[in-house]
Write a protein that binds this ligand. Structure first.
Ligand code: ZN
Length: 354
């Protein structure tokens, strides 16, 4: 395995039971690389994850990715020559014209990296690149996940930022400059006192409902003396990324302030979704990512989802909202590599027709 440190390895079923041709999906996340060998029906035959070294130069990283693909191919026992395409996804956006990355937020040295030509060279095969990884995840949910059978969906990722991937009328939304789906930056507050977003503009959704934004709002409420069991757990030293989980845990125990924070977060997200659905009319919006307050099947997760639904129903055009579904995403952290493989399959079918 050379310089790669393998974190996970799983072979789910035998290649002889798979539907050919097979595709390889790769999710390069900055801290890790995930490689899945996926059949033509979207089923994962095998899955491998290793650490990444994002601080190194991206050229070297692509060689490490190729090394992991080679390992996955050998372990699974497939012939790489029979894989029509490899699909990739990366965080951030890529210029559709130059096929170079913009500034991936957690990969500072990757600005302007010619990702498609480098991958072509290092792998010696056709590649399909998704930028950003939220679009890849949306494509996976469209292909085999919670939006299967629907032609249009949006997938919202709640975490350190707020990402969004969209498939509309069966096609991923890229945009003229690769910024289609920057849902985290829709405006939900136009007042002069609106919160500042990480993009240095005011009033954007991400400044209210991302994981660090929820943490900051929690601290502010505690600082003005609001009574809560959170006061025993959150202080100025508590890492921001741990606070939303504490909010969920205290809400689950019935703490009123924690429940209010979850509901306020849902309202902000609902406001953003109203703008989204009235612009692109998806059949469903799926909620995924690290911050789901317990997610599907948990009381607080379901309350969070219902509060989002209520806000959308109260404010959205009723002709539109009556057809519309909001749910949690289904494929979790596997969605990105499955979507990358799915788009590789789609492109290989397209080129076969041409
Ligand atoms: Zn912003």
């Amino acid at each position: 395995m050379g310089s790669l440190l393998l974190l996970e390895e799983a072979i789910h079923f035998s290649v002889s039971d798979a539907v050919s041709p097979l595709f390889i999906g790769v999710h390069y996340g900055g801290r890790y690389v995930k490689v899945g060998i996926v059949d033509s029906e979207g089923q994962t035959i095998s899955y491998f994850a290793s650490t990444a070294c994002s601080e190194q130069n991206p050229k070297l990283e692509m060689k490490r990715v190729a090394e992991l693909i080679d390992y996955a191919v050998k372990k699974t026992g497939i012939d790489f020559g029979l894989v029509p395409r490899v699909g990739f996804c990366f965080p951030g956006s890529m210029s559709p014209q130059t096929e170079r990355l913009y500034r991936p937020s957690n990969l500072p040295n990757w600005c302007d990296f010619p990702v498609v030509s480098e991958l072509n060279e290092v792998l010696g095969c056709e590649v399909t690149v998704f930028c950003n990884d939220a679009n890849a995840a949306a494509f996976a949910e469209y292909w085999i996940g919670a939006a299967q059978g629907m032609q249009s969906l949006a997938l919202i990722f709640l975490g350190n930022g707020i990402g969004c991937g969209m498939v509309i009328d069966g096609d991923e939304v890229i945009g003229a400059n690769g910024f289609g789906g920057e849902f985290g930056h829709v405006i939900i507050d136009s007042s002069p006192f609106a919160r500042w977003c990480s993009c240095m503009k005011q009033g954007h959704l991400e400044a209210y409902a991302s994981s660090p934004a929820v943490a900051r709002r929690t601290r502010e409420l505690l600082e003005v003396g609001r009574g809560s069991s959170l006061a025993d757990r959150v202080n100025e030293h508590t890492p921001l990324n741990e606070i939303p989980r504490m909010v969920y845990e205290e809400a689950d125990k019935g703490d009123k302030l924690a429940i209010q924070i979850v509901c306020d977060t849902a309202k902000y997200i609902g406001l953003g979704i109203v703008t989204l659905i009235q612009t692109v009319d998806p059949a469903c919006v799926l909620i995924g990512g690290e911050m789901m307050f317990g997610g599907k099947g948990s009381n607080i997760g379901e309350m969070f989802l219902n509060e989002i639904r209520n806000e959308v129903n109260n404010r959205g055009m009723s002709d539109l909202t009556k057809f519309f579904k909001i749910d949690f995403a289904k494929l979790g952290s596997y969605a990105c590599y499955i979507g990358a493989a799915g788009l590789a399959r789609e492109e290989s079918l397209l080129f076969a027709v041409d």
